[in-house]
Design a protein around this ligand. Structure first.
Ligand SMILES: C[S@@+](CC[C@H](N)C(=O)[O-])C[C@H]1O[C@@H](n2cnc3c(N)ncnc32)[C@H](O)[C@@H]1O
Length: 221
């Protein structure tokens, strides 16, 4: 696959068919990230009625959406027709898969890099904050700077202590939800519910709702 120039949408890059990844390379990714279809299937298993993307889509304002850490662009299919959709991610396989649906513009960019050239009425952070520690403050600042009207967030939190907490979290982070991009994550852990709420409130979030295992909220600009 050709190296992607980050200034260009992924659709403008000429791709050669990606070669099958070697087993050693595959071990860098959790099960969910082995293939975009496997990712979509695990998302469907957890949320078969699409409650999370539907809740996000209802919170969208204006005519344009910037989805930071868009994955396979699940959200896009739930948006009203006519809303311009821009997806940003670092996973090329996911971006190419999402781009084939031909319903948006996709960029291979780091969500904690300089995004000052990207603007949209609503910026979405869907299930990405827990991938980014210790840079989650930078990500939320990027989202606020790119948003012209609103930031919409869906975030998970660490479950309470229990006898199998450490082992289940290790398996989750290392073998299931390991995006292969954020090495620090394995040891970093994530915020508990009270810590997450505090982090979001400090950044101006309001309208909190619990949607399945996630906290949904908004920051009005
Ligand atoms: C759990 S998935 C969420 C995907 C999508 N928002 C959804 O709700 O289905 C997290 C996504 O963040 C992406 N990601 C992680 N770190 C990133 C980074 N530093 N820059 C861009 N994308 C990143 C991963 O590639 C992955 O697609």
């Amino acid at each position: 696959m050709k190296e992607v120039n980050i200034s260009y949408p992924i659709s403008q890059i000429q791709y050669t068919k990606p070669q099958r990844k070697k087993l050693k390379e595959r071990l860098n990714f959790g099960i969910m990230y082995q293939h975009p279809r496997i990712y979509d299937f695990t998302i469907w298993l957890n949320d078969p009625s699409g409650l999370m993307p539907k809740t996000l889509a209802k919170s969208i304002v204006g005519n344009s959406v910037l989805d930071l850490g868009c994955g396979t662009a699940t959200l896009q299919t739930f948006l009203p027709k006519g809303v311009q959709y821009i997806g940003v991610d670092l996973n090329e396989d996911f971006l190419v898969f999402a781009d084939k649906k031909n319903r948006g513009t996709f960029y291979k960019r780091d969500v904690i890099g300089d995004l000052s050239d990207l603007k949209a009425d609503t910026v979405v952070l869907a299930d990405i904050l827990h991938h980014i520690p210790p840079n989650h403050q930078k990500l939320i600042e990027n989202a606020i700077n790119c948003a012209q009207k609103k930031v919409v967030i869906s975030a998970c939190y660490e479950k309470e202590e229990g006898p199998f907490k450490q082992i289940s979290e290790f398996i989750g982070r290392r073998f299931i939800d390991n995006d292969g991009l954020n090495e620090q994550r394995e040891g970093a852990g994530w915020l508990k519910l009270d810590e997450l709420l505090q982090f979001l409130v400090i950044n101006g979030a309001t309208n909190f709702q619990k949607v399945l295992s996630h906290i949904h909220c908004e920051i009005n600009i």
